[in-house]
Design a protein around this ligand. Structure first.
Ligand SMILES: *Cc1c(COP(=O)(O)O)cnc(C)c1O
Length: 430
């Protein structure tokens, strides 16, 4: 399991920071998410080291995993945050984030999103349309404040990733064309309350080649040159988004951000001292630092296959159903047996897409055995839902040899929180 950070077998039991996961399960039961915060901090450090030659801020993309203790340790490590909504902003602030290191991104910022961002004094807003620039200007000038905008360029490059997680092509909803950016820059002096600080792009997720970044950077640099005289940009900000690919399979490769850093230094030349670089990694910091542990509810032989029915479903981990994503699956107890069975590993939700893997080799398992779905730290819990009225799974973080319940299992009562059933007199009669 070389690709899964922070989890290893000791005495045939899967552990995190030397804690046998079976100890944790005794209290939390399953399904449960478990994250190694040491692994997240190590990835953060590697990411920063890659860009050490530049004036660099890392803004962790909160949507990948918004667990509060995880955000807290990142804030303590002086990471910034990329928030996509006022809800993510609320979380980041609650976790102790420095507002001046927060960037608000997203294609559909609402008035409330923008107001909250301004009230918190966040560092930057990505702006993705002329309409958004006008709205930010209107709100900021009414508040007597100034917002720093990074205009998001749609660089029209194919990131070579899954269509659902690709965001940088001209037919995608994201970003502005270079021509739009030029015309906005020309009008910027007419927009009170905003100051254009630089340019941004985000190409998508799970990108394994540096080439799309190179193409997008070239496009961004040309656009920056065009608008620099209009704006007197002396210290532009360049935000290259996230998307750094990570492996979901044994012996898979990651995209080394160091290659992108070298490319940037090369493209910028002596200007590199004047530029502030922002990166927004999400998945690459957390994906392999988390697992989802689940118990086998039933083993169900069918005519040509054997179903392993787990107590975790697509409501807990949506990626296989949504993107056909693969997650490695391992038994919590390393089996001493040698029999391999090919299982169709499925969840309990009433959808055929509630399938984690087909014909997946595992040791022979029984009802009550536990397995870990690997690489579940990114877009796992954050995309979970209560579909089929299944409570949200608990989340555990592990750091320095101790574990902490970051989120309790959602009580059934909370499934009804905010709901307002008819009370007797109003109840309609059949
Ligand atoms: C989702 C997103 C990210 C993070 O992407 P990862 O693939 O998780 O690194 C960064 N920036 C923006 C604007 C995003 O929408």
């Amino acid at each position: 399991m070389t690709f899964t950070d922070g989890f290893t077998y000791r005495d045939s039991v899967l552990t995190c920071d030397d804690i046998p996961l079976t100890d944790i399960l005794r209290e939390t039961k399953t399904p449960v998410y478990i994250y190694s915060l040491r692994a997240v901090l190590d990835r953060l450090e590697q990411h920063r080291n890659a860009f050490a030659g530049l004036n660099h801020h890392v803004c962790y993309a909160v949507k990948a995993n918004p667990s509060l203790p995880l955000l807290q340790v990142l804030a303590q490590a002086k990471a910034g945050f990329d928030v996509n909504s006022r809800g993510e902003l609320f979380r980041a602030l609650r976790a102790g984030a420095d507002p001046s290191r927060i960037i608000m991104t997203g294609v559909g910022k609402s008035r409330e999103d923008i107001e909250d961002g301004l009230a918190a004094g966040i560092g930057w807003f990505n702006a993705e349309s002329a309409s958004e620039c006008r709205l930010i200007s209107e709100i900021a000038s009414a508040h007597g404040s100034t917002a720093t905008l990074l205009l998001r360029l749609n660089p029209d490059v194919d990131a070579g990733t899954h269509p659902y997680i690709s965001t940088g092509e001209s037919d995608h909803k994201f970003g502005l064309s270079a021509a739009d950016i030029r015309s906005l820059a020309a009008q910027a002096s007419w927009l009170p309350g905003v100051h254009i600080g630089g340019l941004a792009f985000h190409l998508g997720s799970q990108i394994f080649s540096a080439l799309p970044y190179r193409e997008a950077l070239r496009h961004l640099m040309r656009t920056l040159e065009d608008i620099t005289p209009l704006l007197e940009l002396q210290h532009p900000v360049i935000d290259i988004g996230g998307g750094f690919g990570v492996p979901y399979e044994e012996d898979g490769e990651s995209l080394d951000p160091g290659i992108i850093a070298e490319m940037l230094l090369d493209l910028l030349g002596p200007q590199s001292d004047d530029v502030t670089l922002i990166t927004e990694p999400g998945r690459s910091l957390v994906a392999n630092a988390g697992i989802l542990v689940s118990t086998v509810e039933h083993v169900k032989p069918a005519h040509d296959r054997i179903f392993l029915v787990l107590d975790a479903g697509m409501n807990d981990l949506l990626r296989p159903a949504l993107y056909n994503a693969d997650h490695g699956i391992v038994p919590l107890r390393e089996s001493l047996g040698t029999v391999t069975v090919f299982y169709d590993v499925v969840g309990p939700v009433c959808e055929s897409s509630d399938t984690f893997a087909r014909r997946y080799p595992l040791p022979e398992l029984d009802r009550g055995d536990t397995v870990a779905l690997l690489s579940a730290g990114a877009y796992g819990a954050s995309m979970s839902s209560t579909y089929n009225s299944r409570p949200l799974a608990p989340e555990v973080v592990v750091l320095n040899g101790r574990w902490h319940l970051a989120r309790e299992r959602q009580p059934l009562e909370d499934l009804l929180r905010g709901e307002r059933p008819f009370t007797a007199p109003e109840a309609p009669r059949a």
